[in-house]
Every structure is written in structure tokens, then in C-alpha cells.
Design a protein around this ligand. Structure first.
Ligand code: NDP
Length: 345
């Protein structure tokens, strides 16, 4: 053990102390200091440097069965993070290694070395790229568009949540793969400008008028693919605009995540019959077989300046709950990231 031994450190973690009803509030969370356990054989101690807050975490705050188990009350939350190994009892990882792992929402992570993936520090800077463009949201956009929707050159593609982590990438990848027209929607004039700056052909602010009308104006001849990050009114409008054999990637439905009553389904779903539409849900974890081709292709686009990515950064673990709430309110452009400052005592 080194002098940074786990036995002499305490760290903070963010716990869920009550389940949100509607939009979460700061009262649902507590930042708690706790002693860190001594390392067992094959374990490592990691100082977290950056962590991710993601919309799917809202679903885990409800006590309902889903594809990932709910967060437990009075326990630390978890999620994607990148940190530096500061102590190791495993030959697989060494002090100084940078690692990607799932024990975010805390200053220090302790766990079996197998749960931490060593990063090539040269591959992408800043480290937060591994939580965004080259991480889970990036793979979501890539797999959703190219595998789930089977987008092909010439398609007209509509992306909602277009200024966010997944949506901004989905639209740019569609352009890079030869879409004839890419339309994005986002929640402010500034975000619309940002999306146009990324190379989308058209974009609109969904808060400034009915989505159905704005989408029709932006794509008068209809769309072939809808990459759905928000559900609700957007999904209904897209079904109306889809052409024969159109495809919908059901990626997320953030407009409903804080609803306290069940959202009504799209009223025009029966159009899917005559138009022979495909509406397909997916979870990114089922597409890990694409990871290496995704990493190679997207890294090259980023290096060549052909794909741009943005992030919104909040400082300090104590502000992670506000970052998460801000994400649900649309306060982010690009990936929402929390930078951690340590917290050793
Ligand atoms: P974003 O970076 O897009 O952040 C969330 C954005 O959602 C906000 O910035 C806000 O932007 C928008 N939003 C919030 N409320 C509404 C609303 N009522 N209507 C429309 N937009 C709203 O998050 P991600 O890129 O990480 O995730 C995007 C979607 O993809 C989410 O639905 C998420 O759950 C889903 N997802 C699915 C995965 C899968 O495996 N299927 C994996 C990862 C993400 P604005 O200001 O434009 O409203």
C-alpha cells in the first residue's frame, strides 16, 4: 500500500434520500462523507476526476422494474466516471492509470480491478470525451442511427434533442453518412443556432410553435428516419411526416420522464400501418459489438474536425444533483459533465 492508502482516506458520495415526484429537487439528494474501506486483494482505489449525469438516471430514481435496477434509498448513486488509480492491489492496474468505470457520484471509488477499463490517455482529451462523444452517448447515436434505423445515404433524417449529447451526434453522423437533409429540434433559439452550426440543414425551437407545423415547414417532402430522444408531441409529429417505409429509432422519451401520470400514446399511430413504418426501441448496451468500429470511425472524424462535440461543465461533486436537475430542464448544450475536485480528508 502507498501513503494514499484507502485506510487513511475518507470521501464524499451523493445519495438518493427520497424518490422524486415529478422533476427532482435538491432535497432528494444528500452529499455524505464516509470512511473508505481498506483495499482487498484485486481491488483498486480510484480518485474520480469527471462524472456523467444522464437522463436514464431519472428512471432509476423510481422504484419500478426496468432494464436497470432502481437506485436504492440512502445509498450512493452510480453512473459513468473517469478517474485515476491512486492505490492498487491488482497487477492489472497501476497507480497513475486513467480508468473508465461505473462508480460515479463519489470522490473516490473502490472496487474490483475488473470493473475499471484502462484508458489510453493520449486517445482523447479532455477525459470527459470518454463519457460523451467517445462514450455511451456517442455509441447510442452511432448504433441507433446506423444499426437500429439502418439509415442510408439519401435519407431525410429528423433528430429531436438535437443540441444534446446523443442528438448532436446523431445529426452529424447522419450528415457524414450521406443523409440528404438533416433536421433538428431543440428548446431555445441559442440551441437552434448551435445545431445549425454543427451542420444540420434546418432546425427549429419546439417551444415556439407546434412541432407538427415546424417539422412540415423544415421537411415539406417528408422524412425517412426519426431519431426520437423525447417522445410525446415530437413522436406524433414525426409519424405524420414519415414517408413510406420510414423508420423511427425509439431512443428516449425525456418529455415524459418527470410526468406523474402516463403520457398518451401518439394519436396517429394507425398511420404506421399504411405507411409500413418501423418503430424500434433499443438500449445501447445491446450494441457493444459496434464499440471498436464506432471508436475508430468517430475518433477519426473528431481528429479530422469533421465531427464537433460540446459539453456543459458543472464544478464539484456537491453540485452534481443540480447538474442532473439542470440536464432534465435543458440547461446543457452537448454532454452534461461534472468535474470533481477531490475531497480527501
Ligand atoms: P441530452 O444531452 O439530450 O440532455 C437532455 C435534453 O433533453 C435537455 O438538454 C433538453 O434539451 C431535452 N429535454 C428536456 N425536457 C424535454 C422535453 N419536455 N421535450 C423535449 N426535450 C426535452 O441527454 P442525452 O443526449 O444523454 O440523452 C438524450 C435521450 O437519449 C434521452 O431521452 C435519453 O434517455 C436517451 N438515451 C437512450 C439510450 C438508450 O440506450 N436507448 C442511451 C442514452 C441516452 P432542450 O433544451 O432541447 O429541451
Amino acid at each position: 500500500m502507498t501513503e494514499t492508502s484507502a485506510a487513511v482516506l475518507a470521501g464524499r458520495e451523493v445519495r438518493l434520500i427520497s424518490r422524486p415526484h415529478g422533476l427532482p429537487t435538491a432535497d432528494n439528494f444528500a452529499v455524505v462523507e464516509r470512511a473508505l474501506p481498506a483495499l482487498d486483494e484485486e481491488q483498486v482505489l480510484v480518485r474520480n476526476l469527471v462524472m456523467s449525469v444522464d437522463p436514464y438516471m431519472r428512471g432509476r430514481m423510481n422504484d419500478t422494474p426496468s432494464y436497470v435496477p432502481p437506485f436504492q434509498l440512502d445509498q450512493a448513486l452510480d453512473g459513468g466516471a473517469v478517474g485515476e488509480v491512486i492505490d492498487s492491489r491488482s497487477d492489472a492496474l497501476h497507480v497513475g492509470d486513467l480508468v473508465l468505470h461505473g462508480l460515479g457520484w463519489r470522490d473516490y471509488a473502490v472496487g474490483a480491478a475488473g470493473g475499471f477499463r484502462c484508458l489510453d490517455a493520449e486517445a482523447a482529451t479532455p477525459l470527459s470525451a470518454h463519457l460523451g462523444v467517445l462514450g455511451m452517448p456517442g455509441l447510442t447515436a452511432y448504433a441507433g442511427l446506423l444499426e437500429v434505423a439502418a439509415m442510408k445515404a439519401g435519407d431525410v433524417v429528423f433528430v429531436s434533442g438535437a443540441a444534446g449529447a446523443v442528438g448532436s451526434m446523431a445529426g452529424q453522423i447522419a450528415k457524414l453518412k450521406g443523409a440528404s437533409r438533416v433536421i433538428g429540434s431543440a428548446g431555445s433559439a441559442a440551441k437552434v443556432e448551435h445545431v445549425l452550426g454543427l451542420g444540420f440543414d434546418a432546425a427549429f425551437d419546439y417551444k415556439q410553435g407546434p412541432v407538427r407545423r415546424q417539422l412540415r415547414d423544415a421537411a415539406p417532402d417528408g422524412i425517412d428516419v426519426y431519431f426520437d430522444n423525447v417522445g410525446g408531441e415530437h413522436l406524433e409529429a414525426a409519424i405524420g411526416s414519415l414517408r413510406l417505409h420510414g423508420r423511427v429509432v425509439l431512443c428516449g422519451a425525456i418529455s415524459a420522464y418527470n410526468e406523474t401520470t402516463a403520457a398518451p400514446g401518439p394519436r396517429n399511430l394507425a398511420l404506421a400501418i399504411g405507411k409500413r413504418l418501423t418503430l424500434r426501441g433499443f438500449i445501447v448496451n445491446d450494441h457493444n459489438h459496434l464499440r471498436s468500429v464506432f471508436t475508430d470511425e468517430v475518433s477519426a472524424w473528431v481528429r479530422e474536425g469533421r465531427l464537433r462535440w460540446e459539453q456543459t461543465t458543472v464544478q464539484g461533486l456537491e453540485n452534481a444533483p443540480e447538474a442532473f436537475i439542470g440536464l432534465l430542464r435543458g440547461e446543457n448544450t452537448g454532454k452534461m459533465i461534472v468535474e470533481l475536485s477531490g475531497g480527501a480528508t
